[in-house]
Structures are given as C-alpha cells and as structure tokens.
Design a binder for this molecule. Structure first.
Ligand code: PA5
Length: 448
C-alpha cells in the first residue's frame, strides 16, 4: 500500500480480539458495498470512477484548463459543499497556502478563487476587489443546478462578465452540472456554455475526481493523470475484505470499535498548513455520510502544531470521548535548516543544523505519546509526499473507509436528507413561490 497506516496507538484501548471479531461484520458491509445490496446503492459510482471515467470529457477538461490559462488571470469557481470542498482542498494540498499570492512565473496555472460557498456580500465584495480589472473566467458547479448560494453568486459574476466581455462572456463560462436536470443545465444548453457532467451515481462529497474537482485543479496546472492513477491504485489495493490486508477497512473497523466504547468525536489532524482544507473536505465526507438516524461519529479537526496551543489543552485533559486520526506527510516538499547563532540568546543552539521537518516529526511523536497517555486513541495515515498521486490515493482511502464504516453503523452512507431542512425554512422565509404555508408558520414562530 502507498499509505502507511499505524494503529499501534489504539492498542491500549482496543483488546486484541476486537478487530478479528469485527471481520464478519466487515465482510457483510463489503458485500453490501460491492454487490449493491446496501442502502444507497445507486450512489456507488465513485468506486470505479478512477478507471471508468469518461476519457473524452477528461481530455476536454484539460483543454478547457489550457484555454483558461491562456485567456484568464483568475478562475472564479462557484459552488458549495461537495461542489466546492474537493477542488479547494486539492488545490491547497498541491500548491500550498500562498499559491494565489505567488508571482505568475512561480505558478503552474491561473489563480483560483472560490465564490458561492456562503451568503456573505462582504466576501463577494472583497473577491471583486481582488479581481480588479484582470481577465477572468467562471466555473459554476452545481449538481442540482438550483442551490441558492452558488446560484446567487453566478448571477453576480455572470453580470460582471457580460459587462466586461459583452457577447464573448459565454466563452468564459464553464458549467459543471447534471447531464439532464436542473436550471444550470438548461441555462448552459441555452447559452452554449462549455459544460461538464456530474455523474448521476456520484454524490457531492464523493465528486472530487469528477469534473467538479478536476477542472479547477487542472486550471492550477496539476497533473490529473497522476491524481487519477493514485486513486485507481488505491481502488485495487483496498478491495480485499480481510482486515489484515486492507488498511482502509481496518481504519473503518477501528473507528467503529472506538465509537461503541464512547469515543464519539474524531479529530482529523495534520502538521502541514496546506492540509487544512483537506480536513474540511474530510469533515464533509465523514459527517454527511455518517451523521444520521440520531447517531454517528462527530468529525472534527485540529491543525498542528498551531492548535496544540489552543485545542491541545482539551485534547490532553478534557472529556474523554475523543480519538485522533493524523494525516501525516513523510517527506514534505521543502525543508529548512535551523541556523547557528553565535550569541544563542534564544537558547536554540541545541537545534542548530537540524531541519524543521525533523523538529516537526519530533513534535508529532511527542504529541502522540502525550495524548495517548492522556487517554486518547491515535491512528496515523501516512502518505510519502504531496504529489498528485498520493492525494488521489488518500482521497480513495477515506472514501472507501467511510462507506464501510457507514454500513458497519447501519446507516446509508450515500444520502444526506438532513441538509434539506434548513433550505425549506430559508425558502419559506424568503417568500419563494410554493413555500407560502410554511412561511406563515415560521414567521409566526419567529415573532411569538
Ligand atoms: O454533498 C452534498 O450533497 C451537498 O454538500 C452538496 O454538494 C451541496 O449542497 C451543493 O449541491 P449542488 O451541487 O447541487 O449545488
């Protein structure tokens, strides 16, 4: 396996026989997943996606990215939830925290900014200021084609494009949406936007390796073939149901064992700031998949060593219902040597000649032991580097793990009925046609 999975620091909390005892349940979950006998079977398109994707469309994505790199300085990516987090986390992971601030010659592609992931007018205003009068294109992404946040942002940026480019505006709009359904599909067809398809059988949080993630990622010049190859190899490596051979399944089984013991919150953690958004992507994947039927592990995150100076106190000594999953990079792309200082007024000369990465590794080791002593089970998922290949592999690891984990916990890991409730209320309060009755009821409740 390309990932090193370390569960030695859960041993204190999980008896030797507990993992093998889960094997029969994991076998059953595996059958549900692979044979489509489980709930949500229509949304398993992500399983074979890394090899069974639409090759012609894939080539078209690369071409579109090339065109964007030629005629634009900035790509505005409009989307929310599953239509936002995958692209954002991949771009940050592959390009680092300061990608957009780098001079053009130090970037492989265009700057990429995101809109439509909140309802903040101030944010949009800042984004418009950032754009200034530079050339830009828009990639609007929505599976349903009707989500309020991206729809509003798209209206605003479409207007800006038309004012700037007139009838050529349509050549700067790329729509990623359903093949047939939804308002965005209708609009894309009517206006002749170049469009890409979100497969019916892939839900939002599993869609990073569809055009949803691929076009924005390609616009930064990343290698899509390597990204898909990493995921394809993970798909092959994580196919066995045997907990001794399949670390993604083992991770799922251990989560389930811990959950039943009362460890109901999982923190995903990193030691590299370019993985912050990875945690946000992971939280959606885990939370939307598992948090239903009044149960599920609550997915949370912490960024280290930053949060060792804040949440670290809670993790060490607070309520003992936490476990941690560290996503660790064995060889980060850069290293810095700590210099010698003759005066040594800061007392740091004991570190002279050591590298930052070594110090970071010692922090990790120290933290794992301290948290373990404090009663926190810790698992580590280690990737060798920050390549496209490793990212593809890592994405698949967690996708297949949460599917098994969900079935182990007796829920449908592929639906998200709970994200609808607020939408109905918001529509009713905004006076959207069709929601009049609910609007009356809610307004009464609000003003009681
Ligand atoms: O996972 C999900 O289903 C959600 O987070 C959606 O991705 C999000 O609501 C955006 O939906 P859409 O792509 O239809 O605009």
């Amino acid at each position: 396996s390309h990932i090193k999975f370390d569960d030695s620091k859960v041993k204190k909390f999980v008896h030797d026989n507990e993992v093998p005892e889960m094997q029969a349940m994991v076998d059953a979950a595996n059958t549900e997943l692979r044979e489509g006998t489980g709930a949500g079977a229509d949304f398993r398109g992500w399983i074979n996606l890394p090899t069974d994707y639409n090759k012609a469309e894939f080539a078209r994505i690369k071409k579109a990215a090339e065109k964007i790199r030629k005629d634009s300085d900035v790509l505005v990516v409009i989307g929310i939830g599953g239509s936002y987090l995958g692209a954002k986390m991949a771009i940050d992971f592959l390009n680092g925290s300061y990608y957009n601030s780098k001079p053009k010659e130090n970037r492989r592609g265009v700057q990429v900014v995101f809109a439509g992931n909140s309802l903040s007018a101030s944010y949009l205003n800042e984004l418009e200021e950032f754009l200034g009068d530079r050339d830009f294109s828009v990639n609007v992404i929505s599976k349903s084609g009707t989500t309020t946040e991206p729809s509003i942002a798209f209206r605003i940026f479409k207007d800006k494009l038309i004012k700037k480019y007139g009838k050529d505006a349509n050549q700067r709009i790329y729509a990623t949406t359903d093949a047939k359904r939804g308002a965005l599909r209708k609009e894309a067809d009517a206006n002749g936007y170049e469009s890409f398809i979100i497969p019916d059988d892939v839900g939002g949080r599993y869609s990073v390796l569809t055009p949803v993630g691929l076009l924005p990622i390609a616009a930064t010049g990343a290698d899509l073939d390597q990204l898909m190859q990493g995921a394809a190899d993970a798909a092959k490596d994580y196919v066995s149901s045997d907990l001794e051979k399949n670390d993604a399944y083992r991770y799922a089984a251990l989560r389930n064992i811990l959950y039943r013991k009362g460890y109901v919150t999982e923190l995903v953690e990193n030691y590299e700031p370019n993985l912050r958004m990875f945690s946000e992507w992971w939280k959606q994947l885990m939370g939307e998949s598992e948090g239903k039927d009044q149960k599920g592990i609550y997915p949370s995150s912490a960024n280290f060593t930053t949060d060792l100076h804040s949440l670290g106190q809670y993790i060490q000594e607070g309520l003992r219902n936490l476990f941690e999953t560290v996503v660790k990079v064995q060889n980060p792309p850069y290293n810095v040597e700590i210099p010698m200082d003759k005066e040594n007024l800061d007392g740091l000369n004991y570190l002279k000649g050591q590298s930052m990465n070594e110090v970071n590794d010692k922090a990790y080791e120290g933290v794992v032991l301290a948290h373990n002593d404090g009663g926190v089970p810790v698992m580590t998922v280690e990737i060798p580097d920050e390549s496209e290949y490793s990212l593809g592999y890592l994405i698949y690891f967690f996708e297949v793990a949460v599917a098994i984990s969900g079935y182990l916990n007796g829920i449908n890991p592929f639906n998200q009925p709970g994200v609808e409730a607020y939408k109905k209320n918001m529509f009713a309060l905004l006076g959207k046609p069709g929601f009049e009755e609910l609007g009356k009821k809610l307004n009464k409740e609000l003003h009681e």
